[in-house]
Write a protein that binds this ligand. Structure first.
Ligand code: 13P
Length: 341
């Protein structure tokens, strides 16, 4: 793939009013999601659920790409079309999660490093042949007493940079995702400090590995209060602190930034994204790459019941539309209420 093709893919991922649907839950994570609706975690059930998410008519107005799990990119829809082919035919780019998950970091109690570089070159070639246009690697940064340490942040940034360089060599756009978790009792300002440190370290590492920033998409957490913090920042503060953190740390060469939802509700994730996009002129588009915030209501509406597939898809399309509008700063409570009962 030429440099031009990588640039085209990256630009299309964050085209105006478009974002990414993350449906790349690992076996353990999809188990947790299915537990919420009492559904057994079997291959046919995973395929049925991914079919609901992928074979949803009209979503290409709002969604530029979907991040798939290894199993999903090898599966076919219920109508018998390979999922990657179905997406491509709709004008949605198939993406693939290529990391091997976060593992305990030796010598750093309470911290993790994401594994999966061994054999990555060969796996990327395989995914490219299956139609993947972009890939995702998620690093996890935990806030706690005395953590994160520089040792942990450096190790994760190094792995992200090695992964990103391999992606670009394979003609695949890397979506680099360092996620600062929002589960602790920290203040929003502590989240901002850790996110800024993580991003500065990441961009140094990307440059050190000759990663082309123009062909890289950043996926990041919003700057928020930890879930257990007694004082919870509101939408305006989240938007202001997230945008200033990004302005101070992310080079303008990056074609776009997308957010993970990280445990925010569907509504909060949409409202916060919208607040960042109202009346702001920024060096990069700010859009979404949500998993839970896009899927949670649809999963509940479906409930694992074949008769509820259409409702699940309607609920999903509504959230996708709301986030598409939020990516342009055009979302409103009136739009939120347009989901038919
Ligand atoms: P959430 O939006 O549920 O955090 O998931 C996005 C994602 O892809 C995390 O890697």
């Amino acid at each position: 793939m030429s440099a031009q093709e990588l640039a085209t893919t990256a630009a299309a991922m964050v085209a105006t009013g478009k974002g990414v649907l993350a449906i790349d839950e690992s076996m353990g994570t999809i188990q947790k999601r299915f537990d919420t609706i009492g559904l057994e975690n079997t291959e046919p059930n995973r395929r049925a659920y991914r079919d609901l998410l992928i074979a949803n008519n009209g979503d290409q107005q709002y969604i530029s790409g979907m991040i798939l799990f290894d199993e999903t990119i090898r599966q076919s829809s219920l109508a018998g079309v390979p999922f990657a082919q179905l997406l491509t035919a709709k004008g949605i780019m198939p993406g693939i999660k290529v990391d091997g998950g976060a593992k305990d970091l030796a010598g750093r109690p309470g911290e993790q490093v994401t594994e999966g570089l061994d054999g990555l070159r060969e796996r990327l070639a395989g995914y490219k042949a299956l139609g993947a246009k972009f890939a995702k690697w998620r690093a996890v940064i935990t806030i706690g007493h005395g953590i994160p340490t520089s040792g942990c942040v450096d190790a994760n940034a190094h792995a992200l940079a090695r992964y990103a360089a391999l992606c670009q060599a394979a003609g695949i756009v890397p979506m680099v995702e360092p996620e600062v978790l929002m589960d602790a009792d920290n203040t929003i300002d502590r989240c901002g400090e850790v996110t800024a440190h993580t991003l500065r370290t990441l961009f140094q590492a990307l440059v050190a590995q000759n990663v082309v920033l123009e062909h890289t998409i950043l996926k990041i957490n919003m700057v928020v209060s930890g879930k257990l913090c007694p004082v919870q920042a509101g939408m305006a503060e989240i938007a202001e602190k997230t945008v200033s953190c990004l302005k101070r740390t992310v080079p303008a060469a990056i074609p776009g930034i997308v957010f993970l939802s990280g445990g925010q509700s569907g509504l909060d994730a949409t409202r916060n994204l919208n607040a960042m996009n109202v009346g702001t002129v920024l060096p990069w588009p700010l859009s979404f790459s949500y998993g839970r915030a896009l899927q949670a209501d649809a999963l509940a509406a479906w409930g694992g019941k074949p008769a509820q597939v259409a409702r699940g898809q309607q609920v999903l399309l509504h959230r996708e539309r709301c986030n598409s509008l939020a990516a342009r700063g055009h979302y409103s409570a009136a739009v939120e209420n347009e989901l038919p009962a």
